[in-house]
Design a binder for this molecule. Structure first.
Ligand code: FAD
Ligand code: SF4
Ligand code: SF4
Length: 481
């Protein structure tokens, strides 16, 4: 056992410095500062170097966490970065926004009574340092191949696949209907969780490595899937899920009841310097308003915390289950409470009140009944418990479903599940269309960045096998010099 490790008995858990809630409320900067070198080393040294590291088992990328913690504790940061980046295309992004309490850190087996190793913060520190030191380099293949792949969607699944395929030498083109690269990492997730420059520098690196980006290109409108299939040797669909779930209730059509992603996109675009008319005219701006957000997932948490930063008069989160049963990260709830958000647990909207625009939400108290087929307790309304919350902006954060991809792509033969997600063969990662693969949220349903990265990497391997099998592995075709 290395001498420098196993310090969890003497060294308490410490996260990097967290900015005061009053300061956080006033801007959209990330809430955590960076570890200093001594702090990162000391926190990494708390790891007990488990023989069977449950942290690694529960990381979707199976990151070699004990090794990079040990290297960090020993001050060997460049090697730590090599290990961290061997399994993860975006360690600094996952270090910032993975729900570590449910993944690696939640499964850290440091003895009871001691807090887990701060794995995410160390991963972020290692990779931010690597960027500062110039250790993060564009993907440069040893040899160029003649074959090309087309990737639809520049979110984390598409970008991870692009990097992996480019490293192997393929000609990679990414098509996205947005004007910027990053998918939900740019237009969904707010700056205070993931600063946009962190995503932008990754996009720049891929472009420097030869990945060709085609922004403002909606597949199914600007160009057809059939055309892309002719243009490339294999295609990856990584289009995410964007159809907002709706609710039925009297008054739902009133003004100032908005969808979460419209609201967050307007805020993110404004932060990026775009002129957003619906923000400028006030309809997607929470400033001075009583805001009610409906939902208990990560998107709802991002909406409440964005509304606080925009200067809302009050922000309430209405959720039909309780704190213990919410899908969002409890760490995010804590941040939101510190910043002044009020959670109204076990309550669901019944009707929206107002003339043209909303002025209030009539809600009813719930209790948790018997578990349903999924094992979760079903919320049931309590008769006679209705109450009203004042609201002049209501944000619906009820989750997302896939768009109708077969119709959008004019490919009725593209197989989908009963939830509308793309069906793939889990060994070949191929859809029902030969040579068309799929990865990320469009396969899993709304999930996490780390899973999108994992899927993108797996799809890249599967596409490589498919192309090599198609051309005959013995004779790889090199691109003309
Ligand atoms: P996306 O990121 O959605 O990217 C899909 C891309 O495809 C987009 O750029 C889109 O423009 C493009 N596209 C779609 N259709 C077409 C078309 N027809 N033609 C061309 N391009 C197209 N995950 C975390 O791990 N941590 C978090 O804290 C977190 N917070 C979140 C907060 C919010 C508000 C939301 C909405 C999600 C959050 N997630 C979080 C989830 C995470 O962002 C997603 O799971 C992840 O981005 C999925 O990656 P993806 O590549 O599959 O899809
Ligand atoms: Fe933990 Fe996410 Fe990093 Fe894996 S990628 S080690 S789950 S923070
Ligand atoms: Fe270290 Fe915790 Fe992982 Fe064990 S589970 S290797 S103590 S980080």
């Amino acid at each position: 056992m290395p001498e420098r490790m196993l310090k969890f008995v003497d060294v308490a858990q410490r996260t990097p410095p967290k900015r005061e809630a009053t300061l956080r409320r006033a801007d959209f900067d990330e809430i955590f500062r960076e570890f200093d070198t001594a702090g990162a080393k000391q926190q990494a040294s708390r790891c007990s170097q488990c023989g069977v590291p449950f942290c690694q088992v529960h990381c979707p990328l199976h990151n070699n966490i004990p090794d990079w913690l040990k290297l960090t504790a020993e001050g060997r940061l460049e090697e730590a970065y090599e290990v961290a980046s061997a399994t993860n295309n975006f360690p600094e992004i996952c270090g910032r926004i993975c729900p570590q309490d449910r993944l690696c850190e939640g499964n850290c087996v440091i003895e009871k009574g001691f807090e887990s190793v701060t794995i995410g913060a160390v991963e972020k520190y290692i990779t931010d340092t690597a960027w500062e030191q110039g250790w993060v380099r564009p993907p440069r293949p040893r040899q160029e191949l003649a074959q090309s792949v087309g990737i639809i969607g520049a979110g984390p699944a598409g970008l991870a696949a692009a990097e992996q395929l480019r490293r192997k030498g393929y000609q990679v083109a990414i098509y996205d209907r947005y004007d910027r690269v990053g998918g939900l990492m740019i237009y969904g997730i707010p700056n205070f969780k993931l600063e946009k420059t962190v995503v932008e520098r990754r996009a720049k690196l891929l472009a420097e490595g030869g990945v060709a980006f085609h922004p403002n290109t909606a597949v199914g409108e600007t160009v057809s899937l059939a055309t892309l299939r002719q243009r490339h040797d294999a295609i990856l669909v990584a289009t995410g899920v964007y159809k907002a779930r709706e609710m039925q209730a009297p008054g739902i059509g009133l003004g100032n009841i908005v969808a979460a992603l419209d609201y967050l996109t307007a805020s993110n675009r404004t932060g990026l310097g775009d002129a957003v008319p619906a923000f400028q005219d006030g309809s997607l701006d929470a400033a001075g308003k009583d805001v009610v957000v409906i939902g208990g997932g990560d998107t709802a948490m991002d909406c409440v915390r964005t509304a606080i930063r925009q200067g809302a008069k009050s922000v309430k989160c209405l959720y039909r289950r309780d704190r213990a049963n919410m899908p969002g990260s409890l760490r995010e709830v804590k941040h939101a409470e510190e910043e002044g958000v009020e959670f109204v647990w076990l309550a669901a909207p019944e009707a929206f009140l107002g003339d043209c625009t909303v002025s209030g939400v009539r809600a009813v108290r719930m209790h948790l009944g018997l578990p349903d087929a999924s094992g979760r307790q079903t919320p049931e309304p309590i008769a006679g418990s209705a109450f009203t919350l004042k609201a002049d902006l209501v944000i619906k954060a009820l989750g997302f479903d896939p768009e109708d991809l077969p119709a959008m792509f004019s490919e009725p033969a593209l197989g989908v599940s009963r939830w509308g997600t793309l069906k793939i063969d889990f060994r070949s990662m191929m859809t029902s269309l030969p040579g068309v693969f799929a990865a990320g949220d469009i396969v899993r349903g709304a999930s996490l960045v780390v899973w999108a990265v994992r899927d993108g990497r797996d799809a890249a391997e599967a596409m490589h096998r498919y192309i090599q099998a198609s051309i005959g592995a013995a004779a790889p075709q090199l691109a003309a010099e």
